[in-house]
Design a protein around this ligand. Structure first.
Ligand code: NAD
Ligand code: TDX
Length: 359
């Protein structure tokens, strides 16, 4: 018999930063659905990436939503003080999703990423130290840079990122997340912060902003447009369903050792071209009916995560069939046109200014 891993923490109250965005709102829904004993407060600045519809109806389930920034020192201090004082029946934790999350935007406005992602994380860490609250910092596999393509024969071509991989971020987005990871570790070592960090691979699922790769192609296909692939399209991402990511975050919250880092992934490596071919097939179109457009400057080639650190906590992914998860995601976008129509228009007008179709 496999022993079920021991819980180190019994968390009964969480402050979810960025809880109106893609992964954060799915985390809130999943927490409300699977852990009714946990009280949830959301802190979100409601930037363009947030959608108030993501949290619709959750107030009836006791979820409190506060509009504000993780960079607001006084607001963060008050919320974390309240969180600490009311967690009498268990422990409180901050689950930190809030970020500027899109690489293409980091090319246009890099300092905003440093402010939100780096400084905002330090503000939270300092308040967590002051009030003795655990911080779970949600980070990305992009902090490790990129790997050569499998089969290329280059050094590292058969590797995946592990907890011992060196940090080699290539964009201001990933550098701002890497800096945040370093700050969390420094607060643990020098200020006694209780914290865990997870670095996850690319997420897909409902409620992802149409600026991102898969929702951009899905909503475009619904509108009758061909998918748009950057450059050669041979770039590989390691896809994981957002619910699997969030279940892994809960595994880390329950059983992760303070100061520990956990890499989250679901063995889902696929090239961008493979993804658009799978989508075209789902839409009943010729697999190769897509256009190649201007590449992203500094475009990372391959990400791949060795998830053994989080699997050791007893977590396993439930969405192991990517085409099935993709088909369910397509259904969600077909059924929620009102959710994405305006944000798609805004994202597309920015894209069309910088993209050219390659011959
Ligand atoms: P998202 O852009 O969909 O959501 C981010 C949320 O943060 C939005 O609701 C936004 O309003 C909020 N926010 C932005 N600035 C804020 C501020 N100053 N204060 C408070 N809230 C603020 O992003 P996402 O894809 O859900 O990513 C969530 C987290 O997961 C990020 O930290 C990201 O780095 C990390 N991550 C994402 C992926 C992925 O594939 N999307 C993979 C690994 C890690
Ligand atoms: O239209 C597109 N065509 C295209 O080929 C877009 C929007 C993207 N791409 C490519 C770029 C990447 O190779 O698709 C891949 C995925 O792109 P994004 O969705 O922008 O994600 P990525 O840059 O890989 O970063 C994502 O995963 C790690 C998240 O946005 C980050 O927040 C997370 O940290």
């Amino acid at each position: 018999m496999v022993a079920s891993p021991r819980r180190l923490r019994r968390i009964t109250r969480v402050l979810v930063t960025g809880g109106a965005g893609f992964i954060g709102s799915n985390f809130v829904h999943r927490t409300v659905g699977t852990r009714p004993e946990v009280e949830v407060t959301v802190l979100d600045a409601m930037t363009y990436a947030a959608n108030p519809a993501n949290l619709a109806g959750l107030q009836d389930h006791g979820v409190t939503v506060v509009e504000g920034s993780v960079c607001d020192v006084d607001l963060v201090d008050r919320l974390i003080r309240e969180l600490a004082s009311s967690a009498d029946r268990g422990e409180a934790a901050v689950v930190h999703f809030a970020a500027e999350s899109h690489n293409d935007n980091a090319l246009r406005d890099p300092l905003r990423f440093v402010h939100t992602n780096t400084e905002g994380t330090a503000v939270l860490a300092e308040a967590c130290v002051r009030h003795g609250v655990h911080l779970h910092h949600v980070s990305t596999d992009e902090v490790f840079g990129d790997l050569p393509l499998r089969g290329s024969g280059l050094p590292g071509a058969e590797d995946r990122f592990t907890v011992d991989s060196p940090y080699r971020p290539s964009s201001v987005y990933s550098a701002s997340k890497a800096s945040a990871d370093h700050l969390v570790r420094a607060f643990v070592r020098s200020h006694g912060l209780s914290a865990t960090i997870s670095n996850c691979s690319n997420n897909y699922g409902p409620r992802q902003h149409p600026e991102k790769f898969l929702p951009r192609q899905i909503t475009g296909l619904i509108e009758g447009e061909s998918p748009r692939v950057y450059g050669s399209g041979e770039n590989v991402r390691d896809w994981i369903h957002v619910d699997d990511h969030n279940d892994a975050v809960w595994a880390v919250l329950d059983r992760g050792v303070s100061g520990g880092t956990y890499l989250i992934g679901a063995d889902g490596e696929r090239s961008n071209v493979d993804c658009v071919r799978a989508l075209n097939v789902l839409f009943g179109r010729p697999a190769d009916d897509f256009v190649r457009v201007t590449d992203r400057p500094g475009h990372d080639l391959r990400y791949a995560v060795d998830p053994s650190s989080v699997r050791e906590l007893g977590w396993t992914p439930r969405y192991t069939d990517f085409p099935e998860g993709l088909a369910a995601t397509v259904r969600w976008y077909r059924d929620h046109r009102g959710w994405w129509e305006t944000s798609r228009k805004d994202a597309e007008s920015a894209y069309r200014d910088r993209e050219e179709v390659l011959g």
